[in-house]
Design a protein around this ligand. Sequence first.
Ligand SMILES: Cc1cc2nc3c(=O)[nH]c(=O)nc-3n(C[C@H](O)[C@H](O)[C@H](O)COP(=O)(O)OP(=O)(O)OC[C@H]3O[C@@H](n4cnc5c(N)ncnc54)[C@H](O)[C@@H]3O)c2cc1C
Length: 467
Amino acid sequence: MVEASEEAYSSLHRRFKGDLLRPGKSGYEDARTIWNGMVARAPGLIARCADVSDVQNAVRAASEIGILTAVRCGGHSLAGFSTCDGGMVIDLSRMRQVTVDPEARRARVTGGCLLGSIDTATQKAGLVFPSGVVSHTGASGLILGGGTGWLTRRFGLSCDNVEGFTLVTADSSVLRSNSRENPDLFWALRGGGGNFGVVTEFEVKLHPLTAVVLAEGLSPEANIRSLLEYWRDFMAEAPLDLKWNIDLRLAPQTKRVPVELRGRPVAGNSLVWTGDPAAGRSYLERALSMCTPDSVSSKIVSFLDLQTMADADFPHGRRYYTKSGYFTYLDDRSIDHMVEAVSTVPSSETQIELAYLGGAAARLAANETAFGDRSAPFIMNLLASWSEASADAGNISWIRGLFDRLRPAMKPGVYINFMSGDEQDRVSEAYQERWDRMVTVKSHYDPNNFFRLNQNVPPRKLAAKTS
Ligand SMILES: Cc1cc2nc3c(=O)[nH]c(=O)nc-3n(C[C@H](O)[C@H](O)[C@H](O)COP(=O)(O)OP(=O)(O)OC[C@H]3O[C@@H](n4cnc5c(N)ncnc54)[C@H](O)[C@@H]3O)c2cc1C
């Protein structure tokens, strides 16, 4: 592998405009780390591309040499797919441009952008692109997997708001894909992850919005069961303007939290209302009625503040492990399992994240894009976060144990961006009846599975060999 990465370096260094970072050289150590501290790998070469021709050259060199290749935008893959040991990383972090057309309400976003760079650029025109809730997340990985966030119910998933992709495919050619050009690929790229090539540009739709109402509150342990029962019924009838997320966890030991709740199991409620503030008041008041009064707040916040308020809660370099799934209905038994689990959680940063999709995301039929499940509105993410390697086993087994208890009530299916690296057996579950079509598109555009460090869809000839 060392020889292969040296060969790749020799093949690239004369014509490459970006940076070629190798072990022991300046800049390499910083460049090799990704967000999840559980994944510490040492690539043989990090090709930090300056433009599309650099991406083409890197793909061509890697494929000729046969070197294992990862593609990185923000490096937030929970599974750690954007790095590898010994191979090459195609790093897009120098390709961060957002070009907004305010009249057309459209933007062009290059493949290395973080969510924050999109928000900053689009807000200058009073517009938003619906994406995720932490601004240091990479846009490419998030959009290609689907992309859920505060605006999903109002404007749909991130991938639903993409009108065109430009990508470098495994044979190093540049392709455009939209509803007219390569429409099969257009279907697959909206939810299919990094399986089909390196996306160098997204053409996206924008929507007018500059501020929202943000309401928050903590429900004490005694109220969690009734809160979740209330939430599941309330959201089924809620307007598109309302997004209500719930995190079950131990309350932080901070001044902002009422003394009697600190360190105790709580349900953290975060509600975002995107419509007229006066029209939202009664919904927000009702939703927060099961919270401890001292913990409740409600205010108008700028869209940029909303998008960055959780940044510090998910720092780079901690250890993270996740398991996720959908529920058509959140039954009482599942609620019991969740409530019981919170009191045994091994880390105070670990959370059971619950969100209700529906709304605009559910308006598209299951077969219109590759994305996971649009029909089961409840999406759950069990996210463990801790700091010491010695605590790996306890945290991982807590997540796996709870997941196993909840699994019988879940609807088969999983959102690929909320999967860990040990769940390759669930990738076909993610696509279900869309699996054969995914394999067909993969077989056409990447027949040798060059792009395999992702929630991988093997091309047909390779799948046949291993079965
Ligand atoms: C702190 C945090 C918050 C999150 N919040 C949300 C959220 O609110 N909503 C949500 O839906 N998800 C969320 N996620 C999950 C997130 O969508 C995924 O982790 C996503 O993969 C991150 O994208 P990235 O570009 O940073 O990842 P990377 O690690 O860079 O890449 C992830 C995958 O995408 C591929 N890839 C990256 N760039 C490209 C490209 N240009 N072309 C082709 N393939 C590419 C990589 O090869 C890899 O397989 C969050 C994750 C984290 C860590």
